[in-house]
Design a protein around this ligand. Structure first.
Ligand code: ATP
Length: 229
C-alpha cells in the first residue's frame, strides 16, 4: 500500500503561457480510493503521467511512501512503476495475438520476475475476474472481458497503487458497471491505493473521495457523502 504526497508541482510545456498543472499540496492516504474528474484539457492525463512517473516534472516533488519519484532517472522511474503501479487504460493496451493469461503475465516476464507462483496467481486472478478460459485469445474477447484481463494484469504484482484512466468509458452500461465494481473489489483485496480518472458517476459514487480539476488546479476535493462546494 502506498501513500502519495505531491508538493509544489508545476508542469509546463514549451509555447504555453501558463502551466497546465499546478498542485501545491495534495495527500492521498495509503489504501484510499480516489476519483479524478474534470473537463477536457483540465489536466487529468498530465496528473496521471506525473504521479505514475510516465513523465517527469522539472518543478516539484511526488513522494510515494516518502520516495520522490520526480528525482529518479527515466530508467529508475520505469523500474519503480513496473514494481509499484498497476495501470488500467480505457483502451486496454492488450496484445491481440496472445492469450488472456499470457497478457496478464507479459509485464512480469519483461521485468524477468515471472515465476511459477506468479503464473498460478495469474490463473487465480483471471478466475476472480470471472474469466474461465485463460487460454482464450484476446482478439476473440468482448470489450468487457478485455478490461477484466487488463484488471487482472494490473493486480498481478500486488501493486501499491492501481491507476485507471477512464476504465469504463468504452464499455456499455451493464458491462461498465460490472467492471467498475470489480476494479474496486480487486484493488481492495490487494490492499492497493486506487486512483481512477472517470466521468462515470456510478463508479465515482463508489469511491472514497473525488478530486475535480479545472484549468490545471484542484477545484474541489470532496469525501464520499459530502457535497461539492
Ligand atoms: N506535450 C504537450 N505539449 C503542449 N501542451 C500539452 C502537452 N500535453 C498536454 N498539453 C496541454 O495541457 C493541458 C492539459 O492536458 P491533459 O491531457 O492533461 O488534459 P485532460 O484533462 O486529460 O483532457 P482530456 O479529458 O481531453 O483527455 C491541455 O491544454 C493540453 O493541450
Amino acid at each position: 500500500m502506498l501513500s502519495l504526497s505531491v508538493e509544489n508541482l508545476s508542469v509546463s510545456f514549451p509555447g504555453l503561457d501558463a502551466p497546465v498543472l499546478v498542485i501545491d499540496d495534495l495527500k492521498i492516504a495509503a489504501g484510499e480510493h480516489v476519483a479524478v474528474t474534470g473537463g477536457s484539457g483540465s489536466g487529468k492525463s498530465t496528473f496521471i503521467n506525473m504521479v505514475t512517473g510516465l513523465d517527469r516534472t522539472a518543478s516539484g516533488n511526488i513522494f510515494w511512501n516518502g520516495q520522490d519519484i520526480a528525482r529518479l532517472s527515466e530508467g529508475a522511474r520505469d523500474r519503480w512503476r513496473a514494481e509499484h503501479v498497476g495501470l488500467v487504460m480505457q483502451d486496454f493496451h492488450l496484445f491481440q495475438g496472445l492469450s488472456a493469461v499470457d497478457n496478464v503475465l507479459l509485464p512480469a516476464r519483461l521485468s524477468r520476475v515471472a515465476d511459477r507462483a506468479m503464473t498460478d496467481r495469474a490463473h487465480e486472478l483471471l478466475s476472480s475476474v470471472g474469466l474461465s478460459r485463460p487460454n482464450q485469445k484476446i482478439d476473440t474477447m468482448s470489450r468487457g472481458e478485455m478490461q477484466r484481463v487488463a484488471i487482472a494484469r494490473a493486480l498481478l504484482r500486488r501493486p501499491g497503487v492501481v491507476v485507471a484512466d477512464e476504465p469504463t468509458a468504452s464499455l456499455d452500461g451493464a458491462s461498465g458497471e460490472a467492471v467498475g465494481k470489480l476494479l474496486l473489489e480487486m484493488a481492495a483485496s490487494a490492499g492497493s491505493t486506487l486512483i481512477v480518472v472517470s466521468h462515470d458517476q456510478t463508479l465515482i459514487d463508489r469511491l472514497d473521495r473525488r478530486l475535480t480539476l479545472a484549468a490545471g488546479r484542484i477545484k474541489t476535493d470532496t469525501k464520499a457523502g459530502e457535497r461539492a462546494q
